[in-house]
Design a protein around this ligand. Structure first.
Ligand SMILES: Nc1ncnc2c1ncn2[C@@H]1O[C@H](COP(=O)(O)OP(=O)(O)O)[C@@H](O)[C@H]1O
Ligand SMILES: [Mg+2]
Length: 226
């Protein structure tokens, strides 16, 4: 099993109030699976994705990623695992506004350490070209359409050749035509063997996945297979 999550909880401690965002999630994802996560706003989808993406750690419970227990790693160790295994795509693209697309896409390689600047920029340009953005290399994010920004964000997520691509409402800020273009890309990555896990509000988007997990109140309420 590529992802194995057991009794995962995440409580946000706001002093007086505690928010129980995850109340015991069990989930197993096989290598190569295409998974959708649905559920009402506030049901814990993003919290779960952030933990799966090693951007956050659970309060209790276990997360084993590729055979490695990651639930109790320190921030630094977690960042290494994330860099090596995970690509993350956000609803709001999260590109840095002051640098061009090549520099944005090359950034994860900087944290990697051992790749020269020339190679970083070359690989980033190639990744952008593969996603149809070869004519936008020197543009800044605010000079692009939403669909182009999300494609650049996908390029950044892929630059380290992760086996897992996680996308939190990747089409949430896009019109339906542009959303379909993004889904074509995710479908292609899934067909090429990547493990893809996405959050969506849109049943049409979820249909692209082979399995849909429905969350409610911080837990998995049910699953559908298609
Ligand atoms: N950083 C945070 N601090 C405090 N509460 C949070 C934080 N992030 C999320 N929450 C709360 O946790 C619950 C689950 O949020 P989230 O995982 O974002 O749900 P979803 O993505 O399904 O909308 C919500 O009640 C939300 O308000
Ligand atoms: Mg969310």
């Amino acid at each position: 099993m590529l992802i194995a999550v057991d009794g995962l909880t995440r409580t946000y401690d706001l002093g007086e109030a505690k928010v129980h965002a995850l109340r015991g999630v069990d989930l197993a994802v096989e290598a190569g699976e295409y998974l959708a996560i649905m559920g009402p706003s506030g049901s814990g989808k993003s919290t779960l994705m952030h933990i799966l993406g090693c951007l956050d750690t659970p309060s209790t419970g276990r997360y084993v990623l590729g055979g490695e227990e990651v639930s109790s790693l320190t921030g630094r160790e977690l960042a290494k695992v994330r860099n090596r295994r995970i690509g993350f795509v956000f609803q709001n693209f999260n590109l840095l506004p002051r640098i061009d697309l090549v520099a944005n896409v090359a950034l994860p390689l900087v944290y990697h350490g051992s790749v020269s600047k020339a190679e970083r920029l070359g690989r980033a340009a190639k990744q952008l070209e593969e996603l149809g953005l070869g004519h936008r290399l020197k543009h800044r994010p605010n000079e692009l359409s939403g669909g182009e920004r999300q494609r650049a964000a996908i390029a950044r997520a892929l630059i380290n050749e992760p086996s897992i691509l996680l996308a939190d409402e990747p089409t949430g800020n896009l019109d339906s035509k542009t959303g379909r273009e993004i889904m074509d890309i995710l479908d292609g990555l899934s067909a090429a063997g990547k493990t893809v896990c996405l959050v969506t509000h849109d049943a049409n988007v979820a249909e692209h996945a082979g399995r849909t997990v429905h969350m409610q109140d911080g837990a998995i309420a049910r699953e559908d297979f298609s």
